[in-house]
Design a protein around this ligand. Sequence first.
Ligand SMILES: [Zn+2]
Length: 439
Amino acid sequence: MTERLSILWHYVQARRRFTRWKNRAALETWQEQQVQRHLTTVAERSPFFRQRVAEHDQSSWREWPVLGKAEMMRHFDTWNTAGVTLEAAWALATAAERTRDFSATLSGITVGLSSGTSGSRGIFLASGGERRLWAGTLLARTLRGTLRHSHRAALFLRADSPLYQTVNSRRFQFAFFDLYQPLNEHGPRLQALRPTVIAAPPSVLVHLAAQPGAATLLAPPAILLSVADVLDAADRERIEQGFNHRVAQIYQATEGFLAATCPYGRLHWNEDSLVVQKEWLDPAHTRYAPVITDFRRLTQPIVRYRLDDVIVADNAPPCPCGSLFGTLGAIEGRCDEVLQLPGTETAAPVLIFPDFVRRALVLGLPAGVNYSVVQTAPSHWDVSFSADCELEPVRQEVTELCRQLGAQAPALRIVPWVPPAPSAKLRRVRRQLTESSTP
Ligand SMILES: [Zn+2]
């Protein structure tokens, strides 16, 4: 099968699976069978997981100790099933970052580097088959039956991928816009392309939405995708107003393609590739860190793997789109974006979720002002604003927020604004205790 045909096949399969199951129990039974079969193969090929299966019963995989990026990097050589060493993968990945040429592979295995916004960077491997499955599923979940149209997709990415060139055809063009180039330089090329699809991080979409003519930039069937970063409510509104079009979200990490927005605007987990378990972050069970098991990825198995993301639980009834794949309320940020403050009534620290902080800042600042909040000590937040603004209204909003949450209000300090590079992840809220302040 040619590469393009194989992607198309995955596209058709992924479309069919989205609404294939008529009840949750049937879906979960199917998932369990897939995981069991997958684990048997993984244990045959990965020394690390062979030992896991030997130590813990395979049938009780749902209770296995949770793994994460640190463990994966530590056991890299025995974890992957392709015999790739960390040394070789690291050399290839860093050379690609330096030269901006991402076409090299290790015997057909592509090597990706996670952006490493929180400490250590991760290295991720994918085989040709896994890349084609990814591409087919991604197209199915985002284009939704518009494949009979001719598409021109503008992708704003940190790195190009040989994969896009594979899919390129007369009916389907991918244009790569390098995030390392200044955004204003892209304007004329984007206008000339008249894209039917724009996929970009929210900060780029906000910028594009503010340009004259944004409302007519997209050609039908007009698909607007927010990728790579958290899309918060304020940005969503600015993007949708500027483009006069609804924005869909893709939740994707180097760990895999995890979730996407359906036509009804709800974010569905890709439960035809993943089992998602919830590690609750708060006693009221409003937010969780997802623990994922991918039953298709074999080159670098992802089993009981905890993502450092804060997900808002969705308690709404099943989605009218007909898919029984679980939905998530929102992707709120990374776990290190959850701030903590001493409680007014309890000894335990009170968790301040990033969305609360963002809301307080948006309320306290004039419209359109960008900001960042960094918790540098147990009771100190450094704030910075992209324009000259009063601190007092922000202080009032933060104090009110803390009162509602039963937390002691932090001391706020204005620090100079450093505009984020267009290629950098936008992280408005961060917990980064400095050495001297760590208790
Ligand atoms: Zn839906």
